[in-house]
Design a protein around this ligand. Structure first.
Ligand SMILES: Cc1cc2nc3c(=O)[nH]c(=O)nc-3n(C[C@H](O)[C@H](O)[C@H](O)COP(=O)(O)OP(=O)(O)OC[C@H]3O[C@@H](n4cnc5c(N)ncnc54)[C@H](O)[C@@H]3O)c2cc1C
Length: 525
């Protein structure tokens, strides 16, 4: 058996043969993986199952910012911002090869904007304290044009420069999974929780099904954590006593769209932030892995599609507002990828409907049967959320007390000094594992090239052997981010990636499903 299949078989054997887990976690996004890593780092025995791939849900579809959230500051939510700024520093220092500081410029087109926003950002600096990444600076219009070549110069008064961070969200998730595994956790993707095991009205475990083999196993656990993102309510329903009234949904999903275009629309290494567009929303133009991300939107939606589609008005909004702030307006035909994520906003009674008014903080709920559900929050605060979850589990007597703080300075697998994430993807994203990558067959066989990086045959093999990639989509959407950067190019590579991955997994893989997915990422409504 080849290493990738051997590794998966070993994980399944441990999952199905272990008698009693301290913790079973459902959901392999930022939230669930953060909980699994923290618990494993504290010495608990942990199993985590993810029905699709790590970060296949919301956690691969973020704006890629590691941030305190300047707009929450504008809403007066100082505690949320202070916590996020603290977490920003931890995220950057624990995986510096895939999470880096990023300078932002807010261009001002009204006389008052520079002073107004600059003062707010000085407060942002003060809240970050010694964890600050660089001081906020007031800029003249010439300086703004230098830092943001491509910005609309007409009517420009000046601007403000400040610092936040950016990261590769899906790769960060995979590293959380790998680091948790290195600490003894069993983490398995393509394996869904299909039922809860209940005894005497208490949740005592979870029934899981391996999507590859159809095999089922029951994981008995002292504590079950439901970290299924926007899908948490489905698992909460399974926790309902027969005959009891349906539970009120916890989540109000809100959709966010991003468009990706070439860097020529905003060359340079600074991101552009418009804090208040014509209709009061925020607009980002963020250089990322050799391309430019434009976004995002905040649109309530009822369904929970795995691949939500953008609404025409969302695409129009992003293009229209980008055209106001960029000298050269991106057109529909310039868009290389369009992707959509669902925010798991926490619904509070009386606030349904307007998701901008719903909570961006997280919620931890413990059901009468002992199911621990966590949702909401943001990527940047995943670590603090995990600490809150474990604290609740301990307070409820589901786990014995063990001190928090185990992950504050826990370096993720491969952590090494990094390079700006504005550069095209390449070996630098593998940190200290770059040498191991280079030792694999096909290190010089480039399937796609961008600058001195791209996607090599060795990267596909590495994804199978070390990063638990099981499908063409796992490779092209989340180990490499090509689907998000250039969907047409990703579609073209489906066949060759299927061949290399098929060799690693000892089976024939059909590229057609991924080709269809890539086509959707190229299509604007
Ligand atoms: C458009 C947008 C932009 C954003 N930008 C940022 C940003 O720049 N910075 C930031 O900090 N935050 C950002 N966020 C927020 C952040 O992305 C989310 O808060 C975070 O990713 C949520 O992670 P999660 O693990 O809770 O959910 P998910 O990532 O959705 O993970 C839940 C997982 O559970 C799995 N699952 C569901 N049911 C089952 C089951 N029965 N069995 C097993 N597994 C199951 C799903 O497949 C999924 O992978 C953004 C969000 C959106 C939507």
């Amino acid at each position: 058996m080849k290493p990738a299949n051997e590794d998966r078989a070993r994980r399944w054997a441990r999952l199905s043969e272990t008698r009693d887990w301290d913790l079973a976690v459902v959901g392999g996004g930022a939230t669930g993986l953060g909980v699994a890593l923290d618990a494993a780092a504290r010495g608990f025995s942990v199993a985590l199952v993810e029905s699709h791939d790590f970060a296949q849900g919301t956690s691969s579809r973020a704006t890629k910012l590691v941030h305190g959230g300047v707009r929450y500051l504008a809403q007066g939510n100082v505690n949320l911002v202070r916590e996020a700024l603290h977490e920003r520093a931890a995220m950057l220092s624990n995986a510096p090869h895939i999470a880096q500081p990023l300078p932002f410029v807010m261009p001002g087109y009204h006389w008052w904007e520079r002073g107004f926003y600059g003062t707010g950002l000085k407060l942002y600096d003060a809240l970050a304290g010694e964890r600050g990444l660089g001081a906020t600076e007031w800029l003249g219009s010439g300086q703004v044009r230098t830092l943001l070549p491509g910005v609309q110069p007409r009517g420009l008064w000046g601007g403000v420069k400040y610092w936040d961070g950016q990261f590769d969200d899906a790769r960060y998730a995979v590293l959380l999974a790998r680091t948790a595994a290195a600490r003894g956790a069993v983490v398995l993707n393509h394996c869904a929780a299909v039922a809860l095991q209940r005894r005497d009205g208490r949740v005592q475990g979870v029934v899981v099904r391996d999507a590859e083999t159809g095999a089922e196993a029951t994981l008995s656990a002292r504590c079950v954590v439901n970290a299924a993102g926007v899908w948490v309510d489905t698992l909460r329903e399974l926790d309902r006593e027969a005959g009891a009234a349906p539970r009120k949904p916890l989540v109000a999903p809100s959709q966010g769209v991003h468009l990706v275009v070439d860097r020529r629309f905003l060359p340079g290494t600074h991101a552009l932030l418009v804090p208040k567009t014509a209709d009061g929303r925020v607009l980002f133009a963020v250089p990322w892995l050799g391309k430019l991300i434009l976004g995002t939107t905040d649109t309530p939606r009822e369904d929970l599609a795995r691949e939500p589609q953008p609404f025409p008005a969302e695409v129009d909004f992003i293009l229209r507002e980008s055209a106001r702030y960029l000298q050269q307006a991106p057109r529909r035909e310039d868009v290389r990828s369009v992707w959509v994520g669902l925010r798991p906003l926490v619904r509070h009674d009386g606030e349904a409907g307007d998701t901008k008014a719903l909570s961006r903080e997280h919620t931890v709920l413990v059901s009468p049967g002992g199911l621990v559900t966590v949702t909401g929050g943001k990527w940047t605060t995943y670590r603090a959320m995990a600490e809150d979850v474990l604290d609740r589990c301990m307070a409820q007597g589901l786990l014995p007390r063990r001190p928090a703080g185990a992950t504050a300075r826990l370096q993720l697998v491969g952590a090494a000094p990094g390079r700006s994430l504005t550069a095209p993807p390449g070996e630098h994203l593998y940190g200290s594992e770059a040498a191991a990558l280079r030792g694999l067959p096909g290190a010089e066989h480039w399937l796609w090239r961008d600058g001195d990086g791209g996607l090599s045959e060795a990267m596909v093999r590495f994804a199978a052997r070390h990063e638990a990639a099981r499908t063409v989509e796992d490779v092209l959407a989340r180990r490499s981010r090509l689907l998000f950067l250039d969907a047409a190019e990703a579609g073209r590579l489906a066949g060759v990636v299927a061949t290399i991955l098929g060799d690693e997994l000892e089976r024939e893989l059909d590229p057609a499903p991924f080709e269809a997915l890539a086509a959707r990422y190229t299509r604007l409504p």
